[in-house]
Design a protein around this ligand. Structure first.
Ligand code: F6R
Length: 607
C-alpha cells in the first residue's frame, strides 16, 4: 500500500526521496511524487504509473533542488490513479504539502467545512483535505497546527508535512498507520517502513498513535496529544541492507524462497535450548491449562498458515482450534471469553482486518498472542504477547519466507503448550522438538526440486485453470498453493479438499486440466490417490507432491514431486515449497511482474 519517505538535512533531498520510494515499491502503488523546498517555494513533481516515470520527470533526481522534502508512493483509495490525485497534495497557496497513508473517514464533512470557508479542491483525495486543513489552522506554530488537525481527523493516517514558512522542518504524525523516524548525523528521516531509510540509518524512533514529531536536520522533538514532550529511546534495526536487496536473484520472491531454511532456523534456534522449547512470551503453565479453546485470525496466506496450524494445535492440545478470516471475525459471533487464546498471524503487523480482529478479541476478554514479523508493528504492540518470526524483510508481495516462519513459530507454540497441558509424553515431546530442529535442513533439501517444478511449469504455464487438492493439512497447503499461483501468475486456481471434488467441482475437469495433489502424510495416500484417479479418468494432467517413502505413482500417469519424509504434523513446511516454486516459474514464463503483482499491496492497511 502507500509508502512515505521524508528527508531533512544538508544533502540533496530528491535523490534520497527517490531511492527511498524505490525501496517502498514492493508495497504496491500506482503513482508517486515528491515535494521539496527549492529555496523559493515548495516544488512538487508527481506522476501516475511506475516510479521510473517520476525519476524521468525529475531528471533522475536532479530537481527539485533542496535539502528538505517528502515523497510518496500511492495505492489509490479515494480517486483513481492520476497525476492530480498523487501525493504530495498541497494547500491552495502551495505553502503546505502533505503525504498521507491511510484513510480519513470524515473527509467529506471536513471538505464541506473547508469549502464553506472558500477553499477549492483540485483532487478527489481525502489527503488534500489535510493540506488545506493544516493551512487553515496554521498561525505560525507547526505543533499547534498539527494538534488541531489531529483533533478533527477521524480514521487512519501517517502524515508527512512540509510547510514553506519552516523550510528546514518536517512534521510527522500518525494514528493507526505506521510511521518511524530515522536518526542520522545532521539529517533525519521519516518513513512508513524501515526499508526506505535502512541505507542511511538503523537508529529509529517508533512514533506512537497520536504522537506528533517536529524534525529538523539537527533535532527531533516528539509530543503526545496533550502537547507534552515525549522522551524517546532509539531502537536499533538489525535488518541489513543486503537483506532488502535482490542479491543476484532475478526477483525478490525467488530470493526469499531460497532464504527459507535460514529464516526458519532464525525463528526456531533461539527458542530451543537443550532440547526444550522456551518461548519469550508471558504464558505460564497455569495460563496454558486455563484455555479451553483457541481462535486463530489472519488474512490471506497468514490465514492459510492458521488453517494448517489449527490441525497441528488441535492434535497436540486436545482442545478446539478454530481458524477464521480476520475480515470475518467480527461477523461470526466468535465464542471468545477469558478462557480463549486468540492468535493473530501477520507478517506486516499492520493488516487492518487483522488489527480489527485483535481489538474484537481483546474486547471479548480473550488473551491475545500475535505472531508477527515486523518488529514494533501495530499488531505486535497491541496484542498481549508477541512472538516474532525472524524472517527478515520480506519484499516480494507474495509471501514465502514469512509463511514458513509463521508455521515454525506455531509448531513451537504447540509443543510448548502441549507440554504444559500434559497432552504429549516426554518421548513424543523429544520427537517433536527434534522434528522442528530438522526442518531447516529438510527445507533446504526440498528446494532441490527447483528444476522439476520448472519443467512442470513449462508444461502448464498456458493453462487457464489449475486445481489443487489435498486432505487435512495438505488441504491447507493446497489453499496456499492456489493463492500463490493466482496472485502472481493471474491463473485461475482453486483448491479443494480432495474428497470434496466429486461433490461438484469435478464437473470442471476436462482433458488436460492441470491438477496438483498434495500428499505429505502417507496415511492419507490411498484416499487421495483415489481422488487422483477420479480426475485422471476425466483427462486431467496430474502432478502429486509425495513423500520419499511413498509408493511410486509415476506408472499411474502422475508426475511425482518428491519431498523428504518428515513428521506429518510439520509437513506443510516442506510441501509448500514445490507449490511456491511452481507458481514462481509459471508467473515467470507468463512474463508477469512477479514481485509486484497487479492490484496487490504488501501491507493492507485498509479494511
Ligand atoms: C499472499 C500474501 C497475502 C498476505 C495477507 C496478510 O502471498 O502475502 O495474502 O498473507 O495480506 O498479510 P500480513 O501477513 O501482513 O497480515
Amino acid at each position: 500500500m502507500c509508502g512515505i519517505v521524508g528527508y531533512v538535512g544538508r544533502k540533496a533531498a530528491t535523490p534520497i526521496l527517490l531511492e527511498g520510494l524505490k525501496k517502498l515499491e514492493y508495497r504496491g502503488y500506482d503513482s508517486a511524487g515528491v515535494a521539496v523546498w527549492n529555496g523559493e517555494k515548495i516544488e512538487v513533481e508527481k506522476a501516475k504509473g511506475r516510479l521510473r516515470v517520476l525519476v524521468e520527470k525529475t531528471d533522475n533526481g536532479a530537481f527539485p533542488v533542496g535539502s528538505a522534502g517528502i515523497g510518496h508512493t500511492r495505492w489509490s483509495t479515494h480517486g483513481k490513479p492520476s497525476d492530480i490525485n498523487s501525493h504530495p497534495q498541497t494547500s491552495g497557496t502551495g505553502r503546505t504539502a502533505v503525504v498521507h497513508n491511510g484513510i480519513i473517514e470524515n473527509y467529506m464533512e471536513l471538505k464541506e467545512y473547508l469549502a464553506s470557508q472558500g477553499v477549492t479542491f483540485v483532487s478527489e483525495t481525502d489527503t488534500e483535505v489535510v493540506a488545506h486543513l493544516f493551512e487553515h489552522y496554521y498561525k505560525g506554530d507547526l505543533l499547534e497546527a498539527a494538534e488541531r488537525v489531529a483533533s478533527v481527523l477521524e480514521g487512519s493516517y501517517a502524515l508527512g508535512i512540509l510547510v514553506a514558512d519552516h523550510p528546514d522542518t518536517l512534521v510527522a504524525m500518525r494514528h493507526d498507520s505506521p510511521l518511524i523516524i530515522g536518526l542520522g548525523e545532521d539529517e533525519n528521516f521519516i518513513a512508513s517502513d524501515v526499508t526506505a531509510i535502512l541505507e542511511h540509518t538503523r537508529s529509529v524512533y517508533y512514533i506512537e498513535d497520536k504522537e506528533i514529531a517536529i524534525l529538523t536536520g539537527a533535532s527531533v522533538e516528539v509530543y503526545d496529544q496533550h502537547s507534552r514532550r515525549v522522551k524517546k529511546t532509539p531502537s536499533h534495526i538489525d535488518w541489513d541492507v543486503q537483506a532488502a536487496e535482490k542479491g543476484g536473484y532475478e526477483h525478490f520472491m525467488l530470493k526469499e524462497i531460497m532464504e527459507q531454511p535460514a529464516a526458519v532456523q532464525a525463528t526456531i534456534s533461539p527458542r530451543i535450548k537443550n532440547g526444550r522449547v522456551e518461548l519469550e512470551i508471558p504464558l505460564s503453565d497455569e495460563d496454558i491449562r486455563s484455555f479451553d479453546r483457541i481462535y486463530i485470525a489472519a488474512c490471506g496466506s497468514a490465514y492459510y498458515v492458521g488453517c494448517a496450524a489449527a490441525r497441528v494445535l488441535e492434535t497436540l492440545l486436545h482442545i478446539p482450534v478454530l481458524t477464521q478470516l480476520a475480515s470475518e471475525f467480527r461477523y461470526q459471533s466468535p465464542l471468545v471469553d477469558e478462557r480463549t487464546l486468540v492468535i493473530i498471524i501477520s507478517q506486516s503487523g499492520e493488516t487492518a482486518d487483522s488489527r480489527a480482529a485483535l481489538r474484537e478479541a481483546k474486547r471479548l476478554g480473550a488473551r491475545t498472542l500475535a505472531i508477527v514479523n515486523v518488529v514494533g508493528s501495530a499488531i505486535a504492540k497491541e496484542a498481549d504477547m508477541s512472538l516474532y518470526t525472524w524472517a527478515g524483510p520480506e519484499i516480494a508481495v507474495a509471501t514465502t519466507k514469512a509463511y514458513s516462519t509463521q508455521l515454525a513459530a506455531l509448531y513451537l507454540l504447540g509443543i510448548r503448550m502441549a507440554e504444559a497441558r500434559g497432552t504429549v509424553t516426554p518421548e513424543r515431546y523429544g520427537e517433536l522438538v527434534a522434528a522442528v530442529e530438522a526442518l531447516p535442513g529438510l527445507i533446504e533439501k526440498t528446494l532441490g526440486i527447483k528444476e522439476q517444478t520448472q519443467q512442470l511449469a513449462s508444461r502448464w504455464f498456458s493453462a487457464e485453470h489449475v486445481f489443487f487438492i489435498g486432505r487435512g493439512i495438505d488441504y491447507a497447503v493446497s489453499l496456499e498453493g492456489a493463492l500463490k499461483l493466482k496472485e502472481i501468475s493471474y491463473t485461475m486456481s482453486e483448491a479443494y479438499a480432495a474428497g470434496e471434488l466429486k461433490h461438484g467441482p469435478i464437473s470442471l475437469i476436462v482433458d488436460g486440466t492441470p491438477v496438483i495433489a498434495v500428499i505429505s502424510d502417507n496415511r492419507l495416500f490411498e484416499k487421495t490417490l483415489s481422488n487422483i484417479k477420479e480426475v485422471s479418468a476425466r483427462g486431467a494432467s496430474v502432478a502429486a507432491i509425495v513423500c520419499e517413502s511413498a509408493r511410486d505413482i509415476s506408472g499411474e500417469g502422475v508426475t511425482p514431486l518428491t519431498i523428504p519424509d518428515c513428521e506429518p504434523l510439520f509437513a506443510a513446511s516442506l510441501s509448500v515449497i514445490p507449490l511456491q516454486l511452481l507458481s514462481y516459474y509459471i508467473a515467470s514464463l507468463k512474463g508477469c511482474d512477479i514481485d509486484k503483482p497487479r492490484n496487490l499491496a504488501k501491507s493492507v492497511t485498509v479494511e
